[in-house]
Design a protein around this ligand. Structure first.
Ligand SMILES: *Cc1c(COP(=O)(O)O)cnc(C)c1O
Length: 439
C-alpha cells in the first residue's frame, strides 16, 4: 500500500502543477488523497470488527481535520464525529453526520452546550464532578437521555511530547483516577446515577507508547467491571477508548496499523473484546495524517553563511507545530522540479524556509535534499491531520485551498474541499468593517 500511496502522491503533485492549482496566485495548496482516506477508514472498521462482535462506533476527532467535505466522506464510510466545541458540532452537522454517531467531549462545556447536546441526543462524557452536577439538573427535566459517561484519567504517565500527554498525574482532563478517594467516588457517581452508562478515556497521542495506551484501557476496563459489580448489573455497557494512535512520520509505511493495535488490545484486555461491552473510538491523526500533502513554490533559492536556503510559501501558517517544536514534529519533505516531477541531483544540506517574518519559520532545517531552485516545488508529507486544516493566522497569511484527489494511473481528478481565503476575507476577519471603531 505504501508505494502505491507514494505513486498516487507523485501523480497528484504533477497534475496539480500542470492544472495550475499551484502558481503565483496560490503559491501554497494542500492535497488530500480521497482513496487513501477511504482505505484508512476501512482498515479501522475491519480492525475492530475482527476482534469484537459488540457494536463499535468510530467517531473521527474533528479537530484533526475540521473540513466539512472530509467529515462527509468519513461519514459515508461509516465513521461518525467526536466534537469538542459548538463549532466542531456545527461542522459535523453540516456534513450530515447523524446525531447518534456524534460524541461530545471537551473539558470546558458551558451549560448551554450541555443543554443543546442533551436536547439533540448527542452522547457526551462529563469531564469532572461539577459538570456532572450540571448534567444532573438537565437530566431531571429530560424525558430521553443520550448515552452519558464520565471521562477518567488513568494517570498512567506521559509520552514523549509533554503538550500532548493527557494521562499524567496532573493532566487537566477527566477525573484523576489514582488521586486519593477518586476511584470510590467514581463508583458512587455511577451508583447514584443509573443513567450513566459509559466510561471514557483518551490517554494516547503522538509520542505515547502502545503499551502505555493499553495500560490506560486496561485500567478503565477494570473500573467498568468494578462499577458493574458494585451496582449488581451491567450499568456500564460501552467503553470509549478515545483516539491517539501514533503515526509514523518517517516513511510511507503505516505503522502501527489499526489491525495491530486492535489485536494487541484483544490480547492484553480480552474482557473488553468478549462482546459484553460496546466500544467507541475517537481516532484523528491515524485516520488522516498520511493522506495530506502541502505543496509550496520555491520563491527564491539563496545562501547565507554557507547554508543553502529554499524560501517557500509553506511555513508556520500551515505547519505550526513543526515550526515551533521541530524536534517533536519533524516532517518529511519531498522535492519536485517546476514541472512537478521528482527533482534529481545529489542531495545537499539546505533549509526549507517558510514565508513568515521570524527566523524560526522553517519547515525543515539542515535537510539533505536535491538542490532546490527558484520555481521548484516542495511537498510537506503526512500533513493530513492537524496541519493545513488547523490554520494559524500569523502575518495575515491566507488559509490555502484544499483539493481532494483521485488518481487513476497518471490521470488525476481534483475536487475542491476548501477554497483559498481571499484578501477581502482576511480584511473582514481583521475588523475591516469596523475601521472607525477606535477613532
Ligand atoms: C484529540 C483527541 C482525540 C484524537 O486524537 P488523535 O491523536 O488525533 O487520534 C480523541 N479524543 C479526544 C478526547 C481528543 O481530545
Amino acid at each position: 500500500m505504501s508505494t502505491e500511496h507514494a505513486e498516487r502522491r507523485n501523480h497528484a503533485v504533477r497534475a496539480a502543477v500542470e492544472q495550475g492549482l499551484l502558481g503565483e496566485e496560490e503559491p501554497v495548496v494542500a492535497l488530500l488523497d480521497i482513496d487513501g482516506i477511504r482505505e484508512s477508514a476501512a482498515a479501522l472498521r475491519e480492525a475492530f470488527a475482527s476482534v469484537t462482535d459488540a457494536p463499535v462506533l468510530h467517531a473521527f476527532a474533528v479537530k484533526a481535520a475540521p473540513l466539512v467535505p472530509v467529515l462527509a466522506l468519513l461519514n459515508a464510510e461509516g465513521i461518525g464525529a467526536e466534537v469538542a466545541s459548538p463549532g466542531e458540532l456545527a461542522l459535523a452537522r453540516a456534513a450530515g453526520v447523524p446525531l447518534e454517531r456524534t460524541v461530545l467531549d471537551s473539558p470546558a462545556k458551558t451549560p448551554g452546550e450541555l443543554r443543546d447536546a442533551i436536547g439533540l441526543g448527542i452522547a457526551l462524557n462529563a469531564d469532572n464532578p461539577q459538570e456532572l452536577t450540571r448534567i444532573d439538573e438537565l437530566a431531571g427535566g429530560a424525558d430521553r437521555l443520550p448515552p452519558l459517561g464520565i471521562r477518567v484519567n488513568p494517570q498512567t504517565g506521559a509520552g514523549s511530547i509533554g503538550a500532548l500527554s493527557t494521562a499524567t498525574a496532573t493532566s487537566k482532563f477527566g477525573v484523576a483516577l489514582r488521586d486519593p478517594g477518586a476511584r470510590a467516588a467514581v463508583v458512587r457517581m455511577y451508583r447514584d446515577r443509573p443513567w450513566l452508562t459509559r466510561l471514557h478515556l483518551h490517554s494516547g497521542s503522538q509520542g505515547v507508547a502502545l503499551t502505555r495506551m493499553i495500560e490506560g484501557v486496561r485500567e478503565v476496563y477494570a473500573l467498568a467491571e468494578e462499577i458493574n459489580s458494585a451496582v449488581g448489573r451491567r450499568q456500564v455497557d460501552t467503553i470509549d477508548i478515545g483516539g491517539g494512535l501514533p503515526v509514523n512520520f518517517s516513511s510511507d509505511e503505516v505503522r502501527p496499523t489499526f489491525a495491530e493495535y486492535a489485536a494487541l488490545l484483544k490480547r492484553e484486555v480480552p474482557g473488553l473484546m468478549d462482546g459484553r461491552y460496546g466500544l467507541v473510538t475517537e481516532y484523528g491523526r491515524a485516520l488522516l495524517a498520511k493522506h495530506g500533502t502541502i505543496l509550496a513554490r520555491v520563491e527564491y533559492a539563496k545562501t547565507a553563511g554557507g547554508r543553502r536556503i529554499a524560501v517557500t510559501h509553506a511555513g508556520v501558517q500551515v505547519a505550526t507545530r513543526t515550526v515551533y517544536d521541530p524536534a517533536s514534529w519533524p516532517l518529511r519533505i519531498a522535492a519536485y522540479d517546476a514541472t512537478g516531477r521528482p527533482r534529481d541531483g545529489a542531495p545537499v544540506v539546505q533549509d526549507i524556509a517558510g514565508p513568515a517574518c521570524f527566523a524560526g519559520d522553517l519547515l525543515a532545517e539542515g535537510r539533505e535534499l536535491p538542490p532546490l531552485d527558484q520555481g521548484d516545488v516542495v511537498a510537506a508529507l503526512d500533513t493530513g491531520a492537524y496541519y493545513f486544516s488547523n490554520h494559524y493566522g500569523y502575518n495575515t497569511l491566507p488559509r490555502p485551498a484544499v483539493h481532494g484527489f483521485t488518481a487513476d494511473g497518471e490521470q488525476v481528478a481534483f475536487r475542491l474541499v476548501r477554497a483559498a481565503q481571499t484578501t477581502a476575507e482576511l480584511v473582514t476577519e481583521a475588523g475591516g468593517d469596523l475601521a472607525d471603531a477606535l477613532l
